[in-house]
Design a protein around this ligand. Sequence first.
Ligand code: TXA
Ligand code: MG
Length: 326
Amino acid sequence: MPDNLAAAAARLAAGELVAFPTETVYGLGADAANPNAVAKIFAAKGRPADHPVIVHIANANALGDWARDIPESARKVATAFWPGPLTIILEKAERVSPSVTGGQDSVGLRCPLHPMAQALLNAFAKTGSGAIAAPSANKFGHVSPTTAQHVRDEFGPDLMILDGGACDVGIESTILDLSRGTPVLLRPGAITREQLAEALGEMPRSRDDEAPRASGTLAAHYAPRTPLELTGEGALELRVRELAAAGKRVAVLARGPGRASAASHWQSAPENSTAYAHDLYAHLRSLDTSGADVILVEAPPPDVAWEAVNDRLTRAAQGSGESDEP
Ligand code: TXA
Ligand code: MG
């Protein structure tokens, strides 16, 4: 086992925090079986205590350690999509601390695909509980990190960070609630609603107001500090000129190649939704530090393929321009 993995597992066992890569975004991890360690996540992030964190496990065999009354539907999606970018919400086992669940009686479980996350979980199984509670490794409400440098930018040099390169997926996992009978999609992600329907034999419903609290489902989230505005297709150039005429420096996130523009910064994003998601948070971070007064994002089409990206962009627009703690 590489030294840094052994050291990271030892830190987790000692009740300390470790940031680590997953295929979606970087996580800020603590021993899921140690409430004092989990409390450090909330302190570091500035996250309200009633927001639950996801428990990461090495494989579906560990489901029974953390959840009870596991429905057949959970086995189906775990078989189809684990390891991978899917979190499932189940009724929590007795042992799961309220610090993990935010006081709810359900727990979010995910088995990540990233080889370094897998290696860390397996190393930690030898020295500790083998389960890592981890939200995204960013300050509460801010843009999730997709590189080790992003994590360093959020938390500074003292945090131990395992560097696994840029995350493949780039946006957070799909969250599927299976704790309440019918499957409910709480957060869209790389595993699409259609893929879930195929594995489940029924289309998951959208969340309603009774859904459990999920910070990733707050209207304002995933947000840069610079005000962010979405513009419809075709309206981008006009809006850039309006803002520029009003003396604003405008940073643009456009779909497709660069065009002549009055914008002070121009970022071309991929035209394909998977590639767009991969780059999205790195783009938002660099536009956020470009010195612009406004970030203007050319909205993708309202197609199913763009559901997860459109979800993040809408929340980013609603939470933008605020301080670290919306
Ligand atoms: O891709 C991901 O899911 C990343 C990586 C690190 O695994 N994690 C992540 O964690 O995005 P976080 O905490 O930033 O977002 C997880 C979401 C939160 O909105 C949280 O409220 C929700 O999952 N969640 C966790 N447990 C839950 C539960 N029991 N019921 C409802 N929502 C839950
Ligand atoms: Mg998050």
